[in-house]
Design a protein around this ligand. Structure first.
Ligand code: F6R
Length: 606
């Protein structure tokens, strides 16, 4: 969480950094700021609130200069105020720092610095960094960073500028992502690739324990202890269009609409004619008889479906664990176990920590990630790329359906490796996968008027319950998460069979209950759920087959969905109207769907 950026080159740093912050704001948007060097001093502008508040400040008080650093914040230590906004400086103001991560021992360092006379302005952990630097600085910034770096505990990526080195940016990484970008006569730094565009054509990922010094067109890299490291740049494949909203009013709307093409991409990457290609994992899966999925949030919901797929298709015992729980247990490591870490960003701190725990127990780890150069991808024994393209809206949509589809392909692969399905069965399953992108495209165009009408009708409701069974239980959880995170309506997903064990007490004539009810093996049971809600005057939004008149007759509003031939894949279609419903309710409540309050896209702190 938090995004950092830096620029040194021929352009005005202010304008380059504003674009970079715009691209990084999915990482946090409580406040933003920048420090620009002119030949005499460090000029700082910062503001609490959204990026546009910083922009307004800059339009009234522009800063000129060709070298600068910038930050967009997701508050951890200290309220989201202007004082706590980055950059932070030492008392003299000649050193400025932006930081992503947490300095865990900041209180000890702060007390020590205060005892030595340092005066702190903010409540942040970050402010100890410029103050520590000031204490040891004698004109050599790199030497000062090397002198203090071992004192910092926790995870961090920071960038520092020094007033007497106006053409240099100094950066360090330990645990939080940091990329260096190179363009014609210009260097950039950022927490993520989109923020390097369009000026950088190449990038390198700084590793933990490395420092870098950026000057125009050049970078020097060394280890914390000073060993020189040869920079190895890679070409940036991403283009500006893929990180822009285009004609859509929000990234969320764009990403919902992109789902058919994402699923088609996954299909094309995994199918060659009538065969499923092997993912290049570098792990022998034949001895695997136990899979543990580790994930958080929406990725955890996808993992719940992954369990169904693996159990049904490969007949393998599967556990699904929330990363933040797994990492603090003492999980049993037995031979034949495979851990699969699922993460869109590839940077989720809890998933990364649980991956490391699994590796420390010699359990092989495969990850399913969207960001291929992420820490989780780099630390896994094998990686399955999600191929969803950049997901910028904070509420995950296309990454979710991509995860579900990719997990289905993974389950088929494992089933084949384990000899659990024959050629004929495999062909049938692949035939079930092929029409999915088109079914998703048609479903997205279906009954928008009903979704809008339901959103209008239930926008005032301050709670909503989602019910599903079997494969649609994860859909209920995901539908509820989408609604609550972007519209702030309290929403809970329950397994239909659990409803009468307590939550049914919530039902009143003003409670909308979303019942996910395709004509599958659980259909009759879900109809009973609906009747139980109706008997208590609850309001029903049903998600079900387009031609299901029974359902239409008992629901207040019915969202029609198309049917997948393979029942296991039906949740890919059932979730679509719920993504759109959440979007419209949020819009009706004037919420910012791309930047919901208190959230950040990439949760790099515990
Ligand atoms: C919700 C959402 C989050 C993420 C979670 C894990 O819409 O996006 O719940 O799914 O923070 O993130 P990743 O998948 O990046 O590990």
């Amino acid at each position: 969480m938090c995004g950092i950026a830096g620029y040194i080159g021929p352009m005005q740093a202010e304008s380059v950094l504003l674009v970079a912050l715009e691209r990084l704001k999915y990482r946090g948007y409580d406040s933003a700021g920048m420090a620009i060097l002119d030949s005499h001093e460090i000029l700082i502008r910062k503001s609490e609130g959204r990026l546009r508040q910083l922009e307004e400040q800059l339009s009234m008080r522009p800063v000129l200069g060709h070298c600068g650093i910038a930050h967009t914040r997701w508050a951890t230590h200290g309220a989201p105020t202007t004082i706590n906004a980055h950059p932070h400086t030492c008392a003299r103001g000649n050193i400025a720092v932006v930081h992503n991560g947490i300095i865990e021992n900041h209180e000890v360092l702060r007390s020590r610095l205060q005892a030595a006379g340092a005066i702190f302005q903010s409540q942040t952990d970050t402010e100890v960094i410029p103050n520590l630097l000031a204490q040891v600085y004698t004109g050599d910034p790199l030497a000062a960073i090397q002198a203090i770096i071992s004192e910092l505990q926790g995870s961090f990526a920071f960038a520092a500028v020094f007033e007497d080195h106006p053409d240099h940016i100094f950066v360090a990484r330990q645990g939080s992502p940091l990329l260096v970008g190179r363009g014609e006569g210009q260097m950039l730094l950022a927490s993520d690739i989109p923020a390097l565009l369009p000026h950088a054509h190449e990038y390198l990922q700084l590793e933990d324990g490395q420092l870098a010094v950026l000057t125009r067109g050049q970078v020097r890299i060394c280890s914390f202890s000073g060993a020189v490291i040869e920079p190895a740049f890679k070409t940036i494949e991403m283009n500006v269009e893929s990180v822009s909203k285009g004609d859509y009013d929000s990234f969320m709307a764009k990403e919902i609409a992109e789902q058919p093409e994402v699923l088609q991409r996954i299909l094309e990457s995994r199918l060659r004619g009538d065969t499923l290609t092997d993912p290049d994992l570098g792990i022998d899966l034949r001895g695997i008889n136990h899979v543990v999925f580790l994930a958080a949030g929406t990725s955890w919901h996808a993992a719940l479906l992954g369990k169904r797929f693996l159990e049904s298709l490969a007949r393998i015992h599967v556990e699904v664990d929330i990363s933040s729980e797994y990492r603090y247990r003492n999980p049993v490591a037995s031979g034949g176990t495979l851990v699969v870490a699922i993460s869109q960003s590839g940077e989720t701190a809890d998933t990364l920590a649980s991956l490391r725990l699994a590796k420390s127990k010699f359990i092989p780890v495969v990850s399913l990630v969207n960001v291929m150069d992420s820490t989780i991808a780099r630390e896994s024994d094998g990686v399955m790329p999600l191929l969803a393209g950049p997901e910028i809206g904070v509420a995950s949509t296309k990454a979710y359906t991509a995860q579900v589809f990719a997990l289905y392909a993974f389950a088929l692969h494992l089933a084949r490796v384990k000899g659990r399905i024959d050629g004929e069965q495999m062909r049938r399953h692949l035939d079930g996968m092929r029409p999915i992108p088109e079914l998703v495209a048609h479903s997205l165009a279906l009954a928008e008027d009903r979704v809008l009408a339901a959103a209008e009708l239930f926008t005032p409701a301050n709670a909503t319950v989602f019910l599903g069974r079997g494969g649609e239980f994860p859909t209920a959880l995901e539908g509820a998460l989408k609604l609550k995170e972007i519209s702030y309506v309290h929403a809970m997903g329950y397994a239909g069979g659990e409803f009468k064990h307590g939550p049914i007490a919530l039902v009143t004539p003003s409670l909308p209950v979303v019942c996910i009810c395709p004509r599958d093996a659980m259909y009759e049971k879900m109809i009973s759920n609906i009747e139980e809600v109706r008997a208590r005057q609850g309001r029903i939004i049903a998600v079900g087959d387009a031609d299901d008149d029974t359902l239409a007759g008992i629901a207040d509003i019915c969202f029609p969905v198309l049917r997948s031939e393979d029942e296991l894949l039906q949740p890919l279609l059932s979730i679509l109207p719920l993504q759109r419903y959440a979007y419209h309710v949020a819009r009706g409540r004037n919420c910012d769907v791309d930047q919901p309050r208190n959230l950040a896209k990439s949760v790099t702190v515990e």
